[in-house]
Design a binder for this molecule. Structure first.
Ligand code: HSE
Length: 293
């Protein structure tokens, strides 16, 4: 069997809605594949009971179909679904990398992103690449219709996952159809600041670059305790906080690896005070899906 570790990811980063993404050092899915006459999927781990094993309805199964690479696929979920941490993208990316190797398909990372995005489309209804791009490339990615730009980074992060469910459909429903020019100017300024910050691995620039006023404030209303957790993280030394992907996960950028513990504790406590159980991952920007031979 071939084994691939495929990371959780955080999309949007505030100012890069549907464009920016980050690979997280942890958590991750582990995807194992072996050749078979037809594709089957077996699931274990976080939230696996909510994920369809039917290959036609599972991101990894759709990837196998796209690659014409039938396989027995075992997925151990480290990333629970509906977390805002790219759960379905991790499985899609893991399957794409594993099956590309298993069947010697020789696809480039860019091509694997396209295949994994097809898998994503099955669960989300639209082929967003903002989670699968970092899940394949690692680091920080800018995913656009004309391809993916990527830079490695190693910023310390905390991702806090409150025990509530926000469907991507609901989270997209609150996004406005059009925006005022003032908001466009603010968002472009933040996005550019964030991109320069990633290239320099500078937590202060990245934290400032998360800010925008169009999507995040509306989505924050769907995440009970978000405002308190954000304030607590900033008080504890985070340089910036935003919703991870469509939520309910919350991403905090930290100044140092040592500082993450304090930020993680403050966020969990703030959610707790709001009556919401939460767990926090002390993580960092990490690598894309990797094969273990
Ligand atoms: N960019 C997407 C969103 C990520 O925020 O809705 C979730 O698919």
């Amino acid at each position: 069997m071939l084994t691939v570790r495929a990371p959780a990811t955080s999309a949007n980063l505030g100012s890069g809605f549907d464009v920016f993404g980050l690979a997280l050092d942890a958590p991750a899915d582990v995807v194992r594949v072996e050749r078979a006459a037809e594709t089957t999927i077996e699931l274990t781990g976080a939230g696996s009971q909510y994920i369809p094993e039917d290959p036609a309805k599972n991101t990894a199964g759709v990837v196998a179909q796209e690659l014409d690479a039938p396989a027995r696929i075992l997925i151990d979920k480290g990333v629970r679904p509906a977390s805002g941490l790219g759960s379905s993208a991790a499985s899609a990316a893991g399957a794409a990398v594993a099956l590309n190797a298993l069947y010697d398909r020789g696809l480039s990372d860019e091509e694997l992103v396209r295949v994994a995005a097809e898998g994503e489309a099955v669960v989300s209804g639209a082929a967003h690449a903002d989670n699968v791009a970092p899940a394949i490339f690692g680091g920080f990615t800018v995913a656009r219709g004309d391809g993916v730009t990527h830079v490695d980074a190693s910023l310390p992060l905390v991702v806090c996952l409150p025990d509530i469910v926000v469907s991507t459909r609901d989270a997209r429903r609150v996004v406005p159809d059009s925006v005022a020019m003032d908001d466009v100017v603010e968002t472009v300024g933040s996005a550019a600041t964030l991109a320069i910050g990633m290239a320099r691995d500078d937590p202060s620039l990245v934290g400032r670059g998360l800010h925008e006023s169009v999507v995040t404030p509306r989505r924050a209303e769907l995440v009970t305790g978000y405002d308190a957790a954000r304030a607590a993280a900033l008080d504890a030394g985070a340089t910036g906080v935003t919703i991870s992907g469509a939520g309910p996960g919350v991403l905090a950028v930290c100044r140092t690896h040592e500082g993450r513990r304090h930020v993680a504790g403050a966020m969990v406590e703030a959610f707790d005070a709001a009556g919401v159980d939460a767990r926090a991952y002390q993580t960092a920007v990490g690598d894309g899906a990797r094969l273990f031979r």
